[in-house]
Design a protein around this ligand. Structure first.
Ligand code: ADP
Ligand code: MG
Length: 335
């Protein structure tokens, strides 16, 4: 008998092999990567091995996109002092994608917000309210026009810094989905730090039921049923700090003001085909606020969304009216 080597595991690790209703092998593995917990549920005879090799792929992406790892592509760009640097093809693609999403969202999605984010201490954990001068100085170093790509070469103006925290998990999710589909997987559910990406249906043909976390309690706000889709949520209720003024400051920054977003939205969930698009849009539409998000949806379409407002109302687009439910709470349809 061949002895299999167990995959590298993170802080929490659980491997469950179960025989499902239609005798399909199942693997559930949890690990810590990209500063968050991930759980891969994969069905199929090779599911355990695939999950292990997929984890290695994710660790590779983490090493490319970490803002703190001195060997990462992002670190290389952020310390390039205006020089052109060569990055991995996947990093170049992530940058190009982020620049496109920034343009599409009128700058609400801004991968160059990092100097501002740093001033607020979101990268170090030493959160603090920056002075007005610090905010205007760091804001002056942001702007997507300050970064250029040419194939795998990247040139960022001196002082410009990037951070793909708003879309990297979605991008990694798409890479993971492609990887598994290419290996013949037809049923899997990937939880990438709260970003959900589903391949196909459950083995019995039914849709995946995803609980949507409530921004106001530990419970869920509702349930959405999906097949072959991504569900990505942004909000300021998970990563935030309380300032000396007693106010709550979240990790999503309004690129116009340089302040953490504070508007009529508690969370934005985007449901669509691609994880990366859902991820970038969830961040951007959260910045836009209710009216801005609804206007954007009407102008562009191509996705569904769930907006939970600060006054605890749930507003959803028509496309998911039949697949979203709550336990008795009112649901408003966006028209
Ligand atoms: P989460 O990481 O909690 O799932 P998001 O996808 O919304 O949530 O990403 C938030 C992260 O995106 C922040 O931690 C930061 O790294 C980055 N970020 C903050 N503000 C912006 C912005 N306006 N545009 C793009 N990225 C942002
Ligand atoms: Mg996002």
């Amino acid at each position: 008998m061949r002895i299999k080597k167990l995959p590298v595991i993170g802080i929490i690790s659980a491997i469950l092999i179960a025989i499902s209703g239609c005798s399909e092998k199942k693997s559930v593995q949890s690990f810590f990567a990209m500063n968050t917990y991930m759980t891969f549920t994969i069905y199929g005879t090779e599911s355990e091995e695939l999950s292990g090799s997929l984890q290695k792929e994710i660790y590779k992406l983490e090493r490319l996109w970490s803002v703190t790892d001195e060997n990462s592509d992002v670190y290389k760009i952020n310390n390039s002092e205006g020089r052109t640097v060569l990055v991995d093809e996947k990093t170049a693609q992530l940058i190009d994608f982020s620049l496109i999403m920034s343009e599409k969202t009128g700058g609400a999605f801004n991968p160059t917000i990092y100097p501002v984010l740093k001033a607020w201490g979101f990268t170090t954990g030493n959160n603090r309210i920056p002075t007005a001068e610090e905010i205007s100085e760091t804001l002056s170093r942001t702007g997507c026009g300050k970064i250029k790509t040419d194939g795998n070469s990247v040139t960022a103006e001196k002082g410009t810094m990037v951070d793909f925290g708003g879309a990297a998990k979605g991008y990694a999710g798409d890479i993971a989905v492609d990887y598994l589909k290419n290996k013949g997987v037809t049923s899997a559910l990937l939880d990438i730090g709260g970003n959900i990406q589903a391949i196909g249906t459950k083995p019995d043909g039914s849709s995946w039921k995803i609980g949507l976390r409530s921004p106001f309690s530990d419970g869920i706000a509702g349930t959405i049923e999906i097949t072959d889709k991504a569900v990505v949520t942004s909000g300021n209720y998970e990563r935030f700090f309380i300032g000396e003024d007693g106010k709550k400051y979240g990790h999503i920054i309004n690129p116009v003001t340089g302040y953490p977003v504070e508007n009529d939205l508690a969370s934005v969930t985007i449901i669509g085909k691609e994880g990366k698009v859902c991820d970038a849009l969830s961040t951007a539409l959260f910045v836009m606020g209710y009216e801005g998000a609804v206007d954007f949806y009407k102008e562009t379409g191509g996705f569904d969304m769930i907006l939970i407002t600060e006054d605890e109302e749930i507003h959803i687009t028509e496309g998911i009216a039949d697949s979203f439910s709550t336990d008795g709470k009112d649901i408003f349809i966006i028209e």
